[in-house]
Design a protein around this ligand. Structure first.
Ligand code: AMP
Ligand code: ZN
Length: 497
């Protein structure tokens, strides 16, 4: 480790030295997708940011248990704890089982994040799979006088909690202001107070996602699942909890209140929040109609897109900004990212090929060696400064200059000596591949390549260069492709063994 990692903690609003509760273990929980619609590029930005955080912590030697949940129940049409469940509604509309809707979007989510080389979490629990744990938490909150039941629904008593704790500690919201800003209860509602939030909701007869509970048939409130699942898998207090900025309030604020209510202590040491991907300055979101799907990006089939962009280009584009800054989508920025990504990946291919050759006649170049140490130091300094990938990339381009100099012979490998040469090569490769998660996008069109080779084959045949003809045949055969000489054409087929 070069120097100490510091992270910006949204709870204390300061940059703090990262000291896990039980090193080398790190518990990290990130709020996962809600699975009733396609994942859009804004969501990808958040999951990609935490992917890099997970990768970097692992790179530093921490043993990370990364939990990212699936929200498959409890997201209602209205934020005010009412309306239909979005998954249940879709299931009814399409005449499907709710679990078919869930499975469809979970599968889609996995397929999409894999394209961006976002690693799987270690545990991916779902809210539906943890109903009992949520019920247990509610029972504890009722026993402590922090929740009350009305007509089969259970609510968290914000004012009661606020007598001894501070509701709003994360988001900076003040209970009195929330109270003043909230609408009056309309007499239909069961809550004692409009700022109380639902832990359990009584299910109306038409509500299809329903479970038995001590309070009758119903379903859990959205915020509860993350408290129940994070404490189950990471303990009552764990290291990192993340999500997009838009989850700070009410979701994460409610999570804190629930967990503090049950366990009497803060659940999370470091709260990390990613900033939003915007389009023309506006948050990308499904409801605003300015979101596009990764698939549209890869094909370029969207009004906002001038051309298609590959997954790694998008990944590079996102890494070029700090996760806590907003990132505005633009074709120009993506075009520049495509160029930067290609440059970086050519460097990776080159670095992999370089092999150290010693040469006793060459004197070691202390200045060049010190420069390399310095660049590497700066690269780690950037990553240690709250995972500043943007600055780290600038340093990687400096390392790449050295790699290019070696490749062109301007800098001799022996000038660096074996140790420094390998430090340069290994650091570059591991930061690009393991930390930033950039990988080669190999051309998919194999048939196009075979056609080019067939062209060379025909040329060799026409020139009666039979050695070359045999050579091309046998080399292609090694790849399982056989050439077929037709009357006035050459065709190919897979070799049948
Ligand atoms: P959702 O599936 O809508 O609950 O969102 C999943 C994650 O994506 C959450 O952490 C959100 O905060 C995050 N998110 C949603 N929209 C954006 C956006 N435009 N930019 C970055 N993150 C977002
Ligand atoms: Zn959550």
């Amino acid at each position: 480790m070069q120097n100490q990692l510091k992270v910006y903690n949204s709870l204390t609003k300061t940059k703090e030295v990262f000291e896990p509760i039980n090193p080398p273990f790190v518990g990290m929980y990130v709020c996962g997708p809600t699975v009733y619609s396609d994942v859009h590029l804004g969501n990808i930005r958040t999951f990609l940011s935490f992917d890099v955080i997970y990768r970097y912590l692992t790179h530093l030697g921490y043993k990370v248990r990364y939990v990212r949940n699936i929200t498959d129940v409890g997201h209602l049409e209205s934020d005010a704890d009412d309306g239909e469940d979005k998954i249940g509604k879709k299931a009814k509309l399409e005449n499907l089982e709710p679990m078919e809707i869930v499975q469809r979007y979970v599968n889609d989510f996995h397929r999409v994040v894999a394209k961006f080389n976002i690693l799987d979490p270690d545990i991916e629990p779902s809210a539906i799979g943890h109903i009992q744990e949520q019920i247990n938490m509610i029972e504890k909150l009722i026993a402590k006088g922090l929740a009350y039941e009305v007509n089969g629904s259970v609510y968290f008593d914000v004012n009661k909690y606020n007598e001894t704790e501070k509701y709003g500690i994360l988001s900076g919201r003040i209970v009195e202001e929330l109270q003043a800003g909230s609408r009056e209860l309309d007499g239909q509602e069961a809550k004692r107070n409009s700022i109380d939030f639902a832990l359990w909701k009584n299910a109306s007869p038409s509500h299809i996602m329903r479970w038995e509970s001590p309070w009758g048939v119903g379903f859990p409130g959205w915020h509860l699942e993350c408290s129940a699942m994070s404490s189950k898998y990471l303990g009552e207090t764990f290291d990192i909890h993340g999500g997009g900025m838009d989850l700070k309030f009410p979701h994460h604020e409610c999570e804190i209140a629930q967990s503090v209510g049950v366990n009497g202590k803060q659940p999370v040491k470091y709260w990390l929040h990613t900033n939003m991907l915007t389009v023309n300055g506006q948050k990308m979101s499904k409801s605003l109609g300015n979101s596009f799907l990764p698939e549209e990006l890869f094909t370029g089939a969207h009004d906002l897109l001038n051309e298609p962009y590959s997954p790694m280009t998008v990944r590079f584009f996102m890494l070029q900004s700090h996760y806590s800054s907003t990132l505005d989508f633009s074709n120009d920025a993506l075009k520049a990212a495509a160029k930067g990504y290609k440059k970086m990946i050519n460097g990776l291919v080159l670095a992999r090929k370089l092999k150290y050759v010693s040469d006793d006649s060459v004197e070691e170049n202390e200045k060049a060696k010190a420069q390399i140490d310095n660049i590497i130091e700066n690269c780690y300094r950037a990553l240690n400064d709250d995972f500043n990938t943007a600055l780290a990339i600038a340093q990687l381009f400096n390392l790449l200059k050295k790699i290019n100099s070696i490749s062109t012979g301007n800098l001799k490998q022996a000038e660096l000596g074996s140790e420094k040469f390998h430090r340069l090569k290994d650091t570059f490769i591991s930061i690009v591949e393991d930390v930033l998660g950039l990988k080669e996008e190999k051309p998919q069109d194999v048939e196009g390549f075979i056609d080019i080779i067939i062209g060379l084959y025909r040329q060799a045949k026409a020139n009666k260069e039979y050695d070359k003809v045999d050579d091309i045949r046998s080399q292609l055969k090694a790849y399982g492709v056989v050439l077929k000489d037709m009357k006035d054409n050459v065709d190919w087929a897979y070799e049948e063994l």
